[in-house]
Design a protein. Structure first.
Ligand SMILES: [Zn+2]
Length: 93
């Protein structure tokens, strides 16, 4: 099972927020957001591992939650309430 420990973010075109464009795996190696989404759509289970070992399942979101953005698909996590395991809270690389 792929476990994501860090994420790569790039600014949106208008600079108002950032998008996750890639992930780093615990066992080493980088994947693009598109590769993660393809894996999830094949039925693979992808998880985050945040501080203290907290973990959440990665899900595909139809589009970016930022107002007036609409870029998609994006990555989100479920449950999404934990700051320790939320994909948006992972360290950057
Ligand atoms: Zn966006």
């Amino acid at each position: 099972m792929p476990v994501v420990v860090r994420v790569r973010r790039t600014p949106a075109d208008d600079g108002s927020h950032r998008h996750i464009v890639g992930v780093e795996l615990r066992e080493g190696g980088l994947r693009t957001t598109q590769q993660v989404i393809v894996g999830i759509s094949r039925g693979e289970v992808w998880r985050t591992q945040g501080t203290g070992g907290a973990s959440a399942r990665i899900r595909e979101a139809e589009c970016c939650p930022a107002v007036d953005c609409g870029l998609g698909p994006c990555l989100t996590t479920a449950p999404d309430h934990s700051a320790a395991s939320n994909i948006d809270a992972l360290r950057a690389y």
